[in-house]
Design a protein around this ligand. Sequence first.
Ligand code: SAH
Length: 227
Amino acid sequence: MDDQRLDKARRRLLEEIEVEAADTRNWTGRARFSNRVMAAMAKVPRHAFVPAEDRDHAYVNRPRPIGFGQTISQPYIVAVMTDLLDLSGTDRVLEIGAGCGYQAAVLAEVAAKVFTVEVIDSLAEAARARLKRLGYDNVEVLSGDGFLGWPEKGPFDAIIVTSAPEHVPPALVDQLMPGGRMVVPVGRVHETQTLYLIVKDKDGNLKTRKTLPVAFVPMVPKKEGAR
Ligand code: SAH
């Protein structure tokens, strides 16, 4: 596919995201996503994040395989999760589950700084190289266990978890700033998960709201020596 057709496919994808946002308003509480989030979705070249042989399908509104049994998230899901975080241009964001780095790039368009943790070393290395090549110098990638968060860099204005734990990891709640927001899919493997929006108020109290039913890969602890 040449650049012109990729552009066309990307524009069609944005329209699909708008329709899906309207369709899911009762779950998410939002009939449309912010202009800033939609501009980020329009700008990030998803075809640079999928395997080369999958380039022609880069703008299909579906998750796609990226190797190691992992996937690149569905574009609508990337958009809704980013929107629910209500990011400002000064925010520092923690992502758990860098994968190919696509969600991190979208976050990097709307926040000041993105810290992303990936448990599979080879994916972390590839994401780091790809984000650098694309000029995302406000993203740092850590190869490590997301259950621990990234304490040296916290606390964070927002946290986004893109694999599903069975319970919200306590370290992540600790690393969320008062006034901060977290989106996290929670549920057991092979069961429908629920995407939660957790808001920590100024006094540190948590308010948790259920949004969409979702299907993420499981969040798994890091095995020592594993690659
Ligand atoms: N954010 C990605 C989606 C990645 S899929 C995107 O933009 O498309 C989920 C990722 O979470 C996988 O790469 C998986 O390896 C990773 N993951 C699973 N358990 C993890 C853990 N404990 N810590 C960090 N990453 C984890």
